[in-house]
Design a protein around this ligand. Structure first.
Ligand SMILES: NC(=O)c1ccc[n+]([C@@H]2O[C@H](COP(=O)([O-])OP(=O)(O)OC[C@H]3O[C@@H](n4cnc5c(N)ncnc54)[C@H](OP(=O)(O)O)[C@@H]3O)[C@@H](O)[C@H]2O)c1
Length: 325
C-alpha cells in the first residue's frame, strides 16, 4: 500500500482515514476497540477525530471519541502505529475565565490542546486541525499559537477544516509573510454526493500549493453505501438528518450508476464511492467511519479497488456538481 504525504508536513499515511466521530456514539467502546484493532491489523494507520465528538448526541458532553481512542491507545499500545488527527474550535460548552471555550484564539487553543492530549492519553497530536474558520481571531494569533505547540513537540503539523478558498488562501499568505507554520492539510465535505463546494475553488488551490486533502462524509453519512433507497428510508435513523437531502431523484440515479459500477468490479457501492475519491488527483485519503467490523471490512476493500477509466467517467458525470436538488 503506497503511503501518501500530507502536504509538506513530513507525515505520510495510507490512503484511507478512519473517521472517529462514531466512537462512543453509534459504536460503543468494545465495538470501537474491535474496529480500531482491525484497522491497524489491515495495515492502515490514519485516524481522524475532534475534541467536540460527540457533543451533539443526547447526554454527551464532547470528548467521548477522543476518550475511547485514548483508552484504546493505552490498552493496545498502538499509539506509534497511528497518525493521529484531531481538531479544535467547536464550542465545547466549557468557557471559563481564561478560555472563551470555542474558536481559534490562542487562549482557547492552549486550553483545548491540553484537554485533547489528556483524553487521548498521548504526548502529541500528529495533525491538529482548525475545525472551522474563526473570523473574529486574527489568523496570525492562531498560527502563532500552533507554532508554539509545534515547537513544544505537542503538535507535528496543522490543518484546516471547513475553510473557504479565500480564507485558506489568506491563511497561507499570512503563514508565508510571517514565517509561521502553514496549514498542510484541508478537510472539506467531499464525496460523490458533494462535489462543488470543494472542486470549484479549493481543489485548484490545494493542488497548486501542495496541500493534503482529507475529505469528510466520504460516504455522504452512509447514503453512498446504497442502504437508503426511498424518500422515507432515513426516518428515525441516527444519520437521518444527514442523508435526507440526498433522497431525491438525482441521488437515486447516482445510486443506480454506483450499483452498475460495483457489479462490474465485483465490489460494493461504498467501495466504489471510496475508490473514486482515492483515485481523485490531489486527494490524500478520504475519511470514512464504520460502526461494525463488517462495515469496516467493506471500507478497507476500497483501498485495493482500481476503477476502470470508463467507470470513473460515468461516476463523475452522474455526480457532476453534486446531487442535492
Ligand atoms: N470536519 C468536519 O466538520 C467533519 C464533519 C463530519 C465528519 N467528519 C469526519 O469524517 C468522518 C466520516 O464522517 P461520517 O462518519 O459522519 O460519515 P461517512 O463516513 O460518510 O459515513 C459513515 C457512516 O456510514 C455507515 N456505514 C459505513 N460503512 C458502511 C457499510 N459498509 N455499509 C453500510 N453502512 C455503512 C455508518 O453509519 P451507520 O452504521 O450509523 O449507518 C458510518 O458511521 C467522521 O468520523 C469525522 O472523523 C468531519
Amino acid at each position: 500500500m503506497q503511503a501518501r504525504p500530507i502536504g509538506r508536513s513530513g507525515l505520510s499515511v495510507a490512503p484511507l482515514c478512519l473517521g472517529g466521530n462514531v466512537f462512543g456514539w453509534t459504536a460503543d467502546e468494545a465495538t470501537s476497540f474491535a474496529i480500531l484493532d482491525r484497522f491497524v491489523e489491515s495495515g492502515l494507520n490514519f485516524i481522524d477525530t475532534a475534541d467536540v465528538y460527540s457533543r451533539w448526541a443526547s447526554g454527551h458532553q464532547g470528548g467521548e471519541s477522543e476518550t475511547v481512542i485514548g483508552n484504546w491507545f493505552k490498552r493496545s499500545g498502538h499509539r506509534e502505529k497511528i497518525v493521529l488527527a484531531t481538531k479544535v474550535g467547536m464550542d465545547m460548552g466549557q468557557a471559563g475565565k481564561n478560555d472563551p471555550g470555542k474558536g481559534l484564539s490562542a487562549a482557547h487553543i492552549e486550553h483545548a490542546v491540553e484537554a485533547s492530549l489528556r483524553r487521548l492519553q498521548t504526548d502529541r497530536i500528529d495533525l491538529y486541525q482548525s475545525h472551522l474558520d474563526d473570523a473574529a481571531t486574527p489568523i496570525e494569533e492562531t498560527l502563532a499559537a500552533y507554532e508554539r505547540l509545534i515547537k513544544a513537540g505537542k503538535v507535528r503539523a496543522i490543518g484546516a477544516s471547513n475553510y473557504s478558498a479565500a480564507r485558506l488562501r489568506q491563511a497561507l499568505d499570512v503563514a508565508k509573510a510571517r514565517s509561521l507554520p502553514r496549514y498542510e492539510c484541508l478537510q472539506p465535505d467531499y464525496s460523490l454526493a458533494e462535489r462543488a463546494g470543494y472542486e470549484s475553488e479549493l481543489e485548484p488551490l490545494c493542488r497548486r500549493q501542495g496541500i493534503g486533502v482529507i475529505g469528510y462524509f466520504s460516504l455522504a453519512a452512509g447514503f453512498l453505501t446504497g442502504k437508503y433507497r426511498s424518500p422515507d428510508a432515513a426516518e428515525g435513523r441516527a444519520r437521518g438528518g444527514n442523508v435526507q437531502k440526498y433522497l431525491n431523484p438525482r441521488g437515486f440515479a447516482l445510486l443506480d450508476v454506483l450499483d452498475g459500477v460495483a457489479a462490474e468490479h465485483g465490489a460494493t457501492p461504498a467501495q466504489v464511492a471510496l475508490a473514486w475519491l482515492i483515485a481523485r488527483p490531489g486527494v490524500t485519503a478520504p475519511i470514512a467511519s464504520a460502526t461494525s467490523l463488517a462495515q469496516l471490512d467493506e471500507l478497507i476493500g476500497a483501498v485495493s479497488l482500481t476503477l476502470s477509466a470508463s467507470a470513473v467517467d460515468r461516476l463523475s458525470k452522474a455526480s457532476a456538481g453534486g446531487i442535492r436538488v
